[in-house]
Design a protein. Structure first.
Length: 264
């Protein structure tokens, strides 16, 4: 095993303050800028959506963390947390199903509203949800759009939690990646920098906060090439697949013992 101190002493023979971490920091910043440069707003449903922008940034951050081998132990409660999140997501998807049925009923002039399940009339929360369903189609469609956004946000949060269960994004983001790359990208595409850096961290980077949207970390000629050993980098564990069409995953339809949605 090579002693890091020996490597650092060797580096200092060429330049004062040069160390292995300098190379590591450069590679991290280089990789972040390369990944962020691939951003194409046309690939997003809504390029102004903060959650979509944050998801793209976090994926770039994750690739840097993998490159730097910034790992962490999987939390003991991770599995239970994922199950809880999945339950909440299933509840929202089931509610979306009911909105779709309600809209279909509204479009049927003979039956202008969805009918309550006769077996659930004793469920106060359920009956409250039924009574609060919109009276017109436009209001129902608006509710469906809002619910789909909530579903997508929660699904993204679940994906991120699962993919990053053993990867530490914070170490590379705070200690290795040049903050000017992040701040410049946030300014250019409208992402609130406070979604990435806490206020206490922002205070530590006053020299970076005034950076322009055209800041470049890598100033070489041509496009940013892939750093050594990172070409073809995969997404690791991979994202959890989601279907936001409104159908509930894992539902058997006629199963009377199936878990019911929470109406809150």
């Amino acid at each position: 095993m090579v002693d890091p101190g020996v490597i650092n002493d060797f580096c200092k023979e060429f330049m004062p303050d040069l160390s292995a971490k300098v190379f590591r920091t450069y590679n991290a910043s280089f990789t972040l800028e390369r990944e962020l440069s691939r951003f194409d707003p046309k690939e997003l449903v809504d390029p102004r959506n903060q959650d979509e922008l944050l998801k793209f940034y976090n994926e770039a951050n994750r690739k840097v963390a993998i490159l730097c081998n910034h790992q962490k132990a999987v939390g003991k409660g991770h599995g239970d947390s994922i199950k809880k999140m999945q339950g909440g997501l299933d509840d929202l998807q089931e509610q979306l199903d009911m909105y779709k049925k309600h809209l279909k009923a509204q479009e049927d002039k003979k039956n202008p509203a969805v009918e309550a399940d006769a077996n659930r009339t004793d469920d106060e929360a359920y009956m409250k949800f039924i009574k609060a369903l919109p009276k017109d189609k436009e209001a129902t469609k608006k509710k469906m759009v809002m619910l789909k956004q909530r579903i997508e946000k929660k699904a993204n949060e679940m994906d991120a939690k699962e993919m990053n269960k053993n990867v530490s994004l914070t170490t590379s983001r705070i200690n290795y990646m040049d903050p000017r790359i992040t701040i410049s990208w946030c300014k250019k595409w409208g992402l609130d920098v406070k979604k990435i850096f806490s206020q206490s961290v922002i205070v530590k980077f006053p020299w970076a906060m005034d950076v322009s949207t055209d800041y470049k970390f890598f100033t070489g000629d041509g496009d940013i090439p892939p750093p050594p050993g990172t070409d073809g980098m995969t997404n690791g564990t991979g994202a959890v697949k989601r279907d936001f069409s409104g159908s509930s995953s894992g539902s058997s339809g006629d199963d009377s013992d199936a878990k019911r949605p929470k109406f809150s």
